[in-house]
Design a protein around this ligand. Sequence first.
Ligand code: PLP
Length: 390
Amino acid sequence: MIPYGRQDISNEDIESVIETLKSEFITQGPKVLEFEEAVNKRVGSSYAVAANSATSCLHLACKALELKDNEWVWTSPNSFVASANAALYCKANIDFVDIDPNTYNMSCEKLEEKLAVAKKNNLLPKIIIPVHFGGQSCDMEKIFQLSKEYGFKIIEDASHAIGGEYKGKKIGCCEYSSITVFSFHPVKIITTAEGGIATTNDRILAKKMAMDRTHGIERLNQDHIKNRNSEIWNYQQNRLGFNYRLNDLQASLGISQLKRLNEFIIKRNKIAEFYNKNLSSTGIQLPHVIEDSKSSYHLYPIRVSLLKGGINQKKLFYELRNNNIGVNLHYIPIYRQPYFRKLGFKKGYCEEAERYFKEVISIPIFSKLKNIEQQNIVKIIKEICSDSGL
Ligand SMILES: *Cc1c(COP(=O)(O)O)cnc(C)c1O
C-alpha cells in the first residue's frame, strides 16, 4: 500500500545518528542546541525550543503564555486533535472557528464575526491557534491585526508547514505570532522520528518553555550557588513542568534532515504540479494556493462534490484503497470526536468544515513517491471519475 505520507531517510541521516550514538551525550545535549540553532537560522526566529513532539510544544507554548483554567482558546476544526488538546491540558475552554471554503484554513471572516460576538459577551479568547493546513499559511497579517484589536495571543500550529513561506517570510519567523510550532513526526516534512520545536522572538517565552520542558527546572550559575550560604544548590524548580525533552539522537537526525528541507519542498511541489496538471480535467476540486505564499505541500487534498449521500467521496476512497493507494482523510472536524462531543459540541457546529469533510480525500504526496506511482494514482482517479460521470 502506498501511504499518503512517509519519511525519507538517507545514508547521511543514518550516519549522523550513529555518530551521536557513539558520543558522550545521548539524552538532551549539544546536538539539541545545534538543532535549535539550525532551525532558528532556517526560519528566521531568535529562539527555538525543541521537544519530544509538537503536541508537547503546543502545551509548552500555552503554559508559557500563562493560559489558565476557564480561559478560552480558539482553533481550527480542520486539524489534528493535538491543536485543541493543548488548551484542554491547561484546563482552558476550547472553541472552533469555521474554515475558508477554498484554503480549508481558519476563515478570517468567521473569526472576525465570532470575535465581535465574544466581545459583547465578555468571552474573548486568550489564545488563538491558527493551523497552516496542508503546509499553506493562514492569512496571518489579518489574524495579527485582529489580535491587536481584540487582545489575544497567537500560537501558529505549523506542524505541516516547515519550509513554507508567507508574504516573502519563512513560516516560523513569528512576525505575526508569539510562538510557532513545528512537528517532526515521520509523515511531516522533515522528521526526528518523534519530535517538535517551538520558535519565538520573545526571550522570556523561550526561557519558560525551556524550563517547562524539563520539570520547570532552572540550572543555577555560580553566583546563585554562592548566595545560598551554607547549602549547595545546583538547580532549582520554579514552575510545574514536564519531561518533554528531545534527545541528541533525534536532534542529529533533525540536523541532517533540515539540510535536505529544500530538496523535500521542491519534490513535494513537483508532485503537486503533476497532480494539478493531470487532474484538472476531472471535475475534482484541487488545492487552491493563495497569492504571495509557498506551500510545503504536506498534504494534497482533493475534493469531490457531494452527490447523493457522499457516494463519490466514499467510492473514490475505497476504490483507491482497493488499488493499494493509501488515501487518507484530513480531517474529521475535531469537535466531532467522541471526547469533544462529551464537552457539548454538536454535529454541524462548523458548516463549512463538515461540508469539506464529506468531500475531501488526501492522495499520496511525499518526497519518495515515484513518477510511476504518481501516474498510476492519476490513472485510477481518472478511471473512477469517468465511471461516475464526474
Ligand atoms: C502532527 C500534528 C500535530 C502533532 O504533532 P506530534 O509531533 O505528533 O505531536 C499537531 N498539529 C497538527 C496540525 C499536526 O498535523
